[in-house]
Design a protein around this ligand. Structure first.
Ligand SMILES: [Zn+2]
Length: 220
């Protein structure tokens, strides 16, 4: 199977689905990451673009991804890109990768880039566009999904739980490659909080560690 994770920023692919991607790799699937923005220019400046990409490559190597692509959309400014351009770009990348499964952001996230990527991926993956596509699911991005406003929409209520007991440590070492993006505990992007979060979601469904997803479309 071909699995593609579409992320707004370098690190979202690991935060949201890193341990699940590692499971896909163990199962023999070809797993690809598409990262749409540089993740740097709005906060750090140009010098960090290369460093974040190097972190992303190291994280991808840890998980065993078949490829990771860094697109050149502007960090924290996806609202300045016509949604049609973003959608068509994603559609062309996904058409190339022929995914069976797509993971992407939750539309209600506090981060505006996440919401726009979620919207564009949903449109790009409309029925009849990608013949192999069977599952689209939204992941939780720690430090964004749980910070969403409760006024604007439905909260993230996962419907798919992946048992990542065997791969949670792989996710954490992949996240450790993003040294600039991890924080001290109890921040949600600390390694300890990520481990605790996986334990929490695991406890919800009776396994030691889980990553949660909201199924957007499942065709069987
Ligand atoms: Zn992000």
């Amino acid at each position: 199977m071909n699995v593609v994770v579409v992320a707004a920023h370098p690190d979202d692919e690991v935060l949201g689905a890193g341990a699940t991607l590692a499971r896909h790799v163990q199962d023999g699937d070809a797993v690809h990451a598409v990262v749409l923005t540089d993740g740097a220019l709005s906060r750090y400046g140009k010098h960090m673009v290369g460093e974040l990409q190097a972190s992303g490559v190291a994280a991808a190597r840890h998980i065993g991804l078949a490829s990771v692509r860094f697109e050149a959309f502007p960090d924290q400014r996806l609202d300045q890109i016509p949604i049609l351009d973003l959608t068509q770009h994603i559609e062309s990348v996904l058409t190339d990768l022929e995914p069976d499964i797509v993971y992407t952001h939750f539309r209600g996230d506090v981060n505006a880039d996440h919401a726009l990527v979620a919207q564009a991926v949903w449109t790009a993956c409309r029925p009849y566009c990608m013949p192999n596509l069977r599952l689209i699911a939204a992941f939780e991005t720690p430090s964004s999904t749980e910070w969403a406003s409760t006024i604007d929409g439905s909260p993230f209520r996962p419907t798919l739980f992946v048992d990542v007991t065997a791969t949670i440590e792989c996710k954490l070492s992949a996240m450790a490659c993003y040294a600039s993006e991890t924080r001290a505990y109890p921040h949600p992007r600390s390694l300890r909080a990520l481990r605790e979060r996986a334990s929490y979601w695991g406890s919800v469904v009776g396994v030691l560690a889980a990553e949660p997803f909201l199924v957007l479309r499942d065709v069987r």
